[in-house]
Design a protein around this ligand. Sequence first.
Ligand SMILES: [Zn+2]
Length: 413
Amino acid sequence: MNAQRVISDLRELASHTSTPEGAQRLAWGPVWREAREWFRGKVAELGLRVQSDSAGNNWVTLGGRSPATVIVGSHLDSVPNGGWLDGALGVMAALEALRMYVNTQPPATLKLVDWADEEGARFGRSLLGSSAAAGSLNIEAVRELTDRQGTRLVDALAENGVMLDQMLDAHRELKTIEAGAYLELHIEQGPVLESMNKSTGVVLGTFGVERHMLRFTGQAAHSGSTPIPMRRDAFLAAAETALECREIAKRHSKPSAGVVCTVGIVNVEPKIVTAVPGICEISLDQRALDPNVLAIMLREARDASARIARDNNVTVEWRNLWRIEPRPFDPALVRLCEDAVREETGEAPRLPSGPLHDAAEMVPHMPVVMMFAYSSNGLSHCKEEDTPPQHLEKTIRAFLRLVQKTVLHVATA
Ligand SMILES: [Zn+2]
């Protein structure tokens, strides 16, 4: 295995597809196609070839002694003015995994996948290619999407040989693979590994989300003439609820897999300095990896809001905005990932993923695990995105070890 070669591939890709403002591999556009063309050349050097599925995802197959398959991948597309590692790191590491085995017959079959349009930066739908392969894409929900220039998604897809109405065929194609594992290396895009000064982390899964608006209704009243005990202050009830929700999240946080909650929106009415707020609306976004913990956090927040509303002589109503269930990764693969990371770096910190990834779409269909690399200053989706070389090299080596372990694991399963 050669971690240095992965880094020089990444540098080469960046030199072809970046401006001084960062990576410009926007999905379905010319620079993205150039990146994929360049990648096709890299694959051809190994005597292998790239095949596209009905959703525009690109696959490379290296047959093994067993049809049981380890899929390794990520995405080549980037946001505009993006970083050099987001997505590309996982694809180049997957290429190196193929190189490791190309002159041998591996015990299990290896497939590299470059998912199409992970970022959703142009049309606003993330995980487009992987959700089509997973069968979870709602075609009608994306049919009318346009980009800022007014180009329709259907036309951008057609320009790239993808027919919207046939995208879900990619799911049938995925089901023909005897998939024993899906592995993805990605940068953390957050500050946790850096704060621990750790090169590499084992990812336990992607967070589930419960997102609601809470509307507190009291009575607007004059701020001078209404004694405090006689007020029905909707804002104070909302504020107390927000503080209580923070306590709920703290209580359920474990150092290894912290849960989070955020009140990001506050609206009060009538919004006058001399009026007690009669109405206050707050948003509440709760996230956790464990579905039971997420359900308990939600119930506790509901109970707290009802109690606090009563104490303040106001009422409260909840309205759901969005929810997604947690996608925990496969315990056996998480253990292999821990072994690989520990062997390379001495320790194996575990952390959940706040952002969604293509890997999350594969969870219902096969065992999945991800590995994270240290992100400098926790930054991503910008030209400053980076991982210091010593951390990057260690992480790539740990990931290639994980591929080796998983190939054996899947071949003997
Ligand atoms: Zn990414």
